[in-house]
Design a protein around this ligand. Structure first.
Ligand code: GDG
Length: 486
């Protein structure tokens, strides 16, 4: 067993499986694709436990995964309706999420949300204490569980705790608006290692610690001495399973599906958008830019179609219901304004698709329009690139995504600049084939070099090293040099 094959406990809001009971039989459906399925694969290799909120946890509390040949144990934390309302829909989705994405006007700083958040974080800590007392390494994920590291640390000084922050970490003047800013930071300082996608996010975090807690931070060493320990802050831009997407897109079945899609849409250029229906993803602004593009460049009428996939998300949160209505309205307006008997300028698909279908969409699209107003990383951009097995296609990418840090051969745009975005669409569609190919080759190189396995292994390797020696810290300046070289 190598050092990074040791058992571990992962703790996240969502479980990697959906549990169902069919005819009295327990079934376990893997949440296909994405990060969770790669983490699940790693858990199957290492063993240990995964603690998550389970919507069916009143029925199943603990089970071996995979069901037929268990390799690790999945433990579900059961939440009451009130807790779901306050911890998940409330504090996580209406405070931490908008705050971290710089949407202060969408934040609802309510004390009932905060109390629920604190209670649920304590519940997760209890679950670890009761069920995983023999474990000595923990990997906590994301903004739902910021208080958990300190709660675990209070009980177990020996525990090695790593945390990955998947979304942007806001600049200090924005973060300091949070009424519970000190509690959240103290919670996070229970970790040994905190990982971010970008150096910018790491620097924002260090600045917040200094400004809010008045604790000195060591920027050279990217670390904080706190409570007699060293908390290390590092940058690990998350990747995708490049090989899997690349191989999938190269299969004849997916090529055939993609051909069928093109036949159905029947235009010269397919433009694709794929997002959870979330205000951070910039779907509304993207539609405005597409409308402006059609206004400004009538020569593209009849030749282009925007296929927008919007996966339903957080449908119980009011902001998301409102957004859905706004988007429906924009779609109706654009289709009514420009469409005719022979040409549908816009296809809107409000649904999720199996990964095979998604790969076929990526393969069919001449242009991916990925324009979040702010995004921690954005994996869709990387998946599009991985599926361009013919090394063609263009990626238009918002400069406010983490992905823009490495995908510099995309056409980087400001998603708020509607006219600029309309012009970028025209520029992309008119780009010479050789330039498209050269850019796509470099993009594919960048996405394949740092894939999701690199991300996972480097995080866990660093976590182990952090506890082994405090001195072994790669300074943030060195991280900067590495980023600039890549
Ligand atoms: C958070 C951060 C960060 C999408 N539609 C379908 C589908 N998807 C999958 C994609 C992709 C994933 O969902 C979306 O990932 P993103 O990174 O784009 O965005 P978030 O969900 O907001 O993720 C983000 C990420 O965490 C990781 O750290 O990059 O910044 O916000 O993998 O493929 N999957 C299937 N059908 C769909 O229709 N099966």
């Amino acid at each position: 067993m190598t050092r990074i094959d040791k058992p571990i406990t992962i703790i996240s809001n969502r479980a990697p499986y959906q549990l169902k009971k069919k005819f009295g039989q327990l079934t376990c459906e893997k949440n296909a694709g994405g990060l969770a399925s790669v983490l699940d694969e790693i858990m199957c290799r290492r063993g240990g436990a995964w603690i998550a909120w389970g919507e069916k946890s009143e029925v199943f509390r603990e089970m071996g995964i995979p069901l037929d040949t268990p390799k690790y144990s999945l433990r579900l934390v059961s939440l009451t309706d009130e807790e779901v309302k306050n911890y998940y829909h409330g504090f996580s989705n209406r405070v931490m999420w908008p705050l971290s994405h710089y949407f202060l006007d969408r934040c609802h700083f309510r004390s009932d949300y905060w109390k629920g958040y604190l209670e649920v974080n304590k519940k997760f800590a209890r679950s670890f204490r009761e069920d995983c007392a023999d474990q000595d390494q923990v990997w906590v994920h994301d903004f739902h569980l910021t208080l958990l590291p300190a709660l675990l640390r209070k009980e177990r000084a020996d525990l090695s705790i790593g945390f990955f922050w998947h979304i942007p970490f806001p600049a200090s003047p924005v973060f300091r608006v949070l009424p519970w800013r000190a509690e959240v930071l103290r919670g996070l300082l229970g970790n040994d290692l905190i990982g971010f996608h970008l150096r910018l996010h790491a620097e924002n975090f260090l600045q917040c610690v200094e400004d809010v807690l008045r604790v000195p931070v060591d920027r050279e060493q990217a670390s904080i001495r706190y409570d007699g320990r060293v908390v290390k802050v590092r940058v690990f831009p998350v990747g995708i399973d490049f090989r899997k997407w690349n191989e999938l897109a190269a299969t004849p079945a997916i090529a055939e599906k993609s051909r069928q899609l093109r036949e159905e849409v029947r235009v010269e250029y397919i433009i694709l958008g794929v997002d959870r229906l979330d205000y951070t993803k910039g779907i509304r602004e993207r539609l405005l830019a597409y409308e402006r593009f059609l206004e400004k460049y009538p020569e593209f009428h009849g030749r282009v179609c925007l296929v927008q996939i919007a996966v339903p998300s957080r449908t119980r949160v009011e902001e998301y219901r409102l957004l859905r209505r706004e988007i429906d309205e924009a779609i109706g307006r654009i289709t009514g304004r420009f469409g005719n008997r022979k040409w549908v300028p816009l296809r809107y698909l409000y649904q999720g698709f199996p990964v095979e279908e998604l790969a076929a969409f990526y393969l069919a699209a001449d242009l991916a329009l990925i324009t979040p107003l702010r995004d921690g990383m954005n994996l869709v951009a990387k998946e599009y690139v991985a599926c361009r097995v013919r090394e063609d296609g263009v990626l238009i990418l918002s400069e406010f995504t983490g992905a823009a840090g490495t995908l510099t051969d995309a056409l980087l745009v400001n998603p708020y600049d509607i006219d600029g975005l309309a012009d970028a669409i025209r520029f992309a569609l008119s780009m010479p084939e050789e330039e498209k190919r050269a850019r796509m080759q470099r993009l594919r190189q960048a996405v394949s070099e740092k894939d999701v396995y690199w991300w996972c292994e480097s995080f866990l390797e660093t976590l182990i090293r952090t506890r082994e020696t405090e001195r072994d810290i790669t300074p943030l300046t060195q991280v900067r040099d590495e980023e600039e070289r890549s």
